[in-house]
Design a protein around this ligand. Structure first.
Ligand SMILES: Nc1ncnc2c1ncn2[C@@H]1O[C@H](COP(=O)(O)OP(=O)(O)OP(=O)(O)O)[C@@H](O)[C@H]1O
Ligand SMILES: O=C(O)[C@H](O)[C@@H](O)[C@H](O)[C@H](O)CO
Length: 176
């Protein structure tokens, strides 16, 4: 790829940073979007209030709770693709069927899923120090139980500085 075409590919690509709560989707996703000069979207901002209330009370979401939210996110991604602009979306996307819903109707190769990994101990310790609008850290076990590890995602362990993690993503993406 030439430098010019690499730059164009970067700007059009849609990245979905996925993983359990506290895996670093917002932190790493924000930085990745800055590095690529594309917008950052956080799926947390699109939950209906009922979902936020449920999680805040310590109850995991069900598939039925997630479908309308995933449909909203899919529309957002389609809008970006239609405009020819990429974006970075931070979204748990824990199950394969959720990822299929997110990518539904988008041209093949448009969406790259990036799984942020980390030990339960590391993530729990980060959650213990974090304040969040609605997420309850007691849900971490159910998040791990629901996670279906994708075969075809970029996988990075978020146990280094955010800058190093973004470097790793871009290298695996051949966009560095
Ligand atoms: N590489 C890192 N080094 C140090 N701290 C980190 C790193 N990545 C994330 N954190 C911290 O871990 C906590 C969780 O990160 P973040 O909020 O980005 O996760 P998330 O996956 O978006 O969580 P949620 O899905 O619950 O919104 C935050 O306090 C963040 O500052
Ligand atoms: O699918 C889910 O269960 C949700 O997306 C959760 O993962 C939360 O929204 C998020 O982790 C809190 O920020």
């Amino acid at each position: 790829m030439t430098a010019g075409s690499t730059e164009t590919a970067r700007r059009r690509q849609i990245f979905v940073l996925m993983g359990v709560s506290g895996s670093g989707k917002s932190t790493i996703g924000t930085l990745l979007a800055q590095r690529l000069h594309i917008p950052f979207l956080d799926a947390d901002d699109f939950h209906p209030q009922a979902n936020k209330d449920k999680m805040h009370a310590g109850h995991p979401l069900t598939d039925e709770d997630r479908w309308p939210w995933l449909a909203t996110l899919n529309r957002l991604l389609r809008d970006h693709a239609a405009q020819g602009t990429g974006c970075v979306l931070a979204c748990s996307a824990l199950r394969e069927v959720y990822r299929d819903k997110l990518a539904d109707g988008l041209p093949p190769g448009t969406v790259d899923f990036v799984l942020l990994q980390g030990s339960r101990e590391l993530i729990q310790s980060r959650l213990a120090q974090r304040r969040h609008e609605f997420m309850n850290s007691k849900l971490l076990d159910s998040q791990f139980a629901t996670l279906e590890t994708p075969d075809d995602a970029i996988k990075v362990t978020n146990d280094r500085s955010p800058d190093q993690v973004v470097d790793d993503i871009l290298q695996q993406e051949h966009l560095a």
